[in-house]
Design a protein. Structure first.
Length: 392
């Protein structure tokens, strides 16, 4: 029975596991993880901050929100000692502030979070035969684990470096890149499961704004915002919306380019569904690019670059267009304007491939396969296979 398996999932320390921080992809995955795995009968313990809404079997509060806020402000000052208390507090309260810079293992927040996590894990972890610690963000929680022989799995690798023996990557392309960077051969206990979504949170939109094309993510040249500026010149009668954290100033180069502050929760569905297309023009190898799926769950086609996980996420000429040149991207937009994409089909495919309750079976397979190493079933030589449920 899956109820005998207990999964331990620590929060991302510099956010809170709730909708307001869902623009952080790793926080969003932590938030969805517990209900996903509970749907398969697993027991899930979440370790986080007061006010978390993880949907876990047991919510273990490591610190109050007031304590968290204080440590988060101190962490901004740790990263940039020139910041005054007033300036650091402003960063803490600013929804437009990127959370990425807080991913620094030396900050007061991460250190204290792990200090408390260490003792709580020790209290609640029973045996490596029955329990798994699921690590959502690389070495973030490493100091809480040192000295213990837990069964540990990195459960959604879209970052570098990854480091545990057992790993789940978000895409085959990113696993291949990691193998190349680390000069390793394929590993039997490295798996690939795409990012997972609560598809009920995103609604099909059949009647989008006919002159609105969107972007949602971190603002920067690496995300293709500079390319969007060039595309906007070719379509002066279309509004191009840049929504996300960071500085939009370098990209507000025309009257038809508009900035929108970061959004979360139900507003993501409303925004993505209101666009006739979403642009995902990253010029680096995307480990996954969750926005490309969220858009498709609303029926919105995606115009993207043709590498990384986007090759799997976007079905060429069916759910969007993957291109290489400015002309390619403009052609894709013209296809959208000409009504060449079936928004019903786009959503149906996205639900089939990325619904979290479907992908729960993939995680179940991984967790049971790994536990066979420790539970007396002889690991790789075990007579048991857990792959059959994936036929569903």
């Amino acid at each position: 029975m899956n109820s005998t398996i207990r999964l331990h999932i620590p929060a991302v320390p510099f956010t809170i596991t709730r909708d307001e921080y869902s623009h952080c992809a790793y926080t969003g995955k932590v938030k969805r993880f517990s209900p996903m795995m509970r749907s398969r009968g697993f027991e899930v313990y979440h370790y986080g901050i007061e006010t978390s809404e993880s949907g876990a079997s047991k919510e273990i509060q490591l610190m109050t929100k007031e304590e968290w806020s204080d440590l988060r402000i101190k962490s901004y000052q740790f990263i940039d000692p020139k910041l005054t208390l007033e300036e650091a507090t402003k960063k803490h309260n600013d929804i437009n502030e990127l959370v990425g810079p807080l991913w620094n293992l030396g900050t007061p927040l991460i250190k204290e979070f792990n200090n408390r996590l260490r003792s709580k894990l020790k209290e609640n972890y029973r045996s490596n035969k029955t329990d798994i610690v699921c690590l959502p963000l690389s070495r973030t929680h490493n100091s809480a684990l040192e000295g213990f022989k837990y069964t540990e799995i990195e459960t959604g690798i879209g970052y570098y470096p990854s480091y545990k023996e057992f790993r789940i990557f978000e895409s085959h392309s990113f696993m291949s890149e990691t193998l190349g960077k680390d000069n390793k051969q394929p590993h039997n206990y490295w798996f690939v499961i795409p990012n997972y979504f609560d598809t009920n949170e995103f609604k099909l939109s059949i009647n989008p704004n006919p002159i609105k094309i969107g972007f949602l993510g971190r603002l920067g040249y690496h995300k293709g915002c500079g390319i969007i500026v060039e595309i906007a010149k070719k379509f002066p009668n279309i509004q191009f919306i840049l929504c996300g954290g960071g500085d939009p100033t370098p990209f507000l180069k025309g009257p038809n380019i508009i900035y929108k502050s970061p959004i979360y929760g139900a507003e993501r569905s409303e925004y993505l569904g209101s666009c006739i297309a979403i642009l995902c023009l990253s010029n680096f190898l995307e480990p996954f690019c969750g926005v490309s799926i969220e858009a498709q769950l609303c029926g919105t086609p995606v115009i993207s670059s043709d590498h990384g996980a986007l090759v799997d996420n976007v079905e060429q000429f069916k759910t969007g267009l993957r291109g290489h040149t400015l002309a390619d991207y403009c052609y894709g937009i013209q296809m959208v304007l000409d009504g060449k994409f079936d928004r019903n089909y786009i959503r149906e495919r996205a639900v089939k491939l990325f619904d979290m309750y479907n992908l729960a079976y993939n995680y179940e397979y991984v967790f049971k396969t790994v536990l066979n190493i420790y539970n007396g079933r002889d690991g790789w030589n075990s007579p048991d296979t857990h792959i059959v449920p994936l036929l569903k």
